[in-house]
Design a protein around this ligand. Structure first.
Ligand code: TXA
Ligand code: MG
Length: 345
């Protein structure tokens, strides 16, 4: 398949290109597009054949459900049932934005889209190009992150092209992505709303709006004996090709241990905060941003993991970062990338 690549400037959108992208979706094709979190791989959420194509293009197991993206709140009620008062408050506070909520699905949402589940994940993104595209596409776009299964989610169009060129009809290059980590997922179908995947909308932010919020126990402890409720969180995700270890502890201990571990290793990289770049002489250093700026760290993390792959890095040693606010999401993804290898020093 020939993939058309178009650039769309969100401040000055090319309406013809957006219309074309919408027509591709309506005809059952696939379009990768920017959102505020990561690039998405879109298809018509109400067309079972489109969802099958998404799984095939990504190389993703078809029991792993897709998120349905909408461009206005009223469309939620066409696909979801039992929208609670908590959900209404979260909609008011965080939509459009990087929050996905899970509801009981209506019959019009095919099981091909929900991975066989009776629930549907719904997200209303705030990125202007995403909104215009979803509208042009008919209003309901199923979209996982636009990476091949198992690779870090793409935060730049060049990474979408690397993974999906020849596998989708169109890629919309919207430039850099502001957040850089996937949306927060909250399951609204239980007694207490429960976070299944941490993201930019943090536990504290949710709690402030609705009071009680639960956390899927597998987010804190992968070995707690339970299965993650978001099927996608069960797979080894976000994995760079290198063998990766997180070193955690007081600064001096972390720095000296990483230097020891890196000694004599050829294709080794260190992921560290900007305050520490000069602490690792002679080692390839990946500066992920200032320790005082978690947003910067979130935005840079997946790019750095991909750069390590591109440079043939075989060992990654990473500092560990604050777990406050979006830090919980950063550490969740980092720990998964490291296959849960953490060294306390
Ligand atoms: O920020 C995002 O959410 C991005 C952009 C493109 O919007 N999308 C994204 O999609 O991260 P994906 O497919 O990579 O991750 C969706 C996650 C998976 O872990 C999946 O298992 C979970 O959402 N999920 C989807 N529907 C679900 C459902 N009905 N119940 C439980 N988990 C669900
Ligand atoms: Mg993904």
């Amino acid at each position: 398949m020939d993939t058309v690549i178009v650039s769309i400037d969100e401040k000055n959108p090319d309406e013809e290109a957006i219309k074309k992208a919408g027509e591709i979706i309506k005809a059952g094709g696939l379009v990768a597009f920017p959102t505020e979190t990561v690039y998405g791989l879109g298809g018509d959420a109400l067309n079972p054949e489109s969802s099958k194509k998404i799984y095939a293009a990504k190389g993703r197991p078809s029991d792993n459900p897709l998120i349905v993206h909408i461009f206005r709140i009223e469309d939620l009620y066409a696909i979801a049932e039992e929208v609670s008062w908590e959900a209404q408050k979260l909609i008011e506070a965080f939509w459009p934005g990087p929050l996905t909520m899970i509801f009981k699905k209506k019959a019009c949402v095919p099981y091909e889209t929900t991975g066989g589940l009776d629930t549907v994940a719904v997200r209303f993104p705030v990125h202007p190009t995403a909104m215009a595209f979803i509208e042009a596409a008919g209003g309901f776009v199923a979209a996982p992150s636009a990476n091949l299964s198992g690779r870090p989610s793409p935060t730049l169009a060049k990474y979408v092209c690397e993974d999906l060129d020849g596998r989708v009809d169109m890629i919309i290059d919207g430039g850099n992505i502001p957040i850089g980590l996937e949306s927060t997922i909250v399951d609204m179908t239980g007694e207490v709303p429960m976070i299944l995947r941490p993201g930019f909308v943090s536990f504290e932010m949710l709690e402030e709006v609705i009071g009680k919020v639960g956390l899927d126990p597998t987010i804190l402890d992968a070995n707690c004996g339970e299965r993650p409720k978001a099927p996608g969180m069960r797979y080894r995700h976000y994995a760079p090709k290198a063998d990766m270890t997180i070193v955690r502890g007081a600064d001096e201990n972390v720095i000296s241990r990483i230097n020891e571990m890196a000694a004599g290793k050829e294709k080794c990289a260190v992921i560290c905060v900007s305050e520490h770049v000069s602490e690792y002489p002679g080692i390839t250093v990946k500066n992920v941003g200032s320790r005082n700026n978690s947003e910067e760290i979130a935005a840079g993390l997946y790019r750095i993991l991909r750069e390590c792959d591109d440079e043939g890095i075989e060992t990654i040693l990473s500092e560990s970062f604050s777990e406050n606010g979006i830090g919980a999401a950063i550490m969740n993804r980092l720990v998964k990338a490291a296959g849960h290898k953490i060294l306390d020093v």
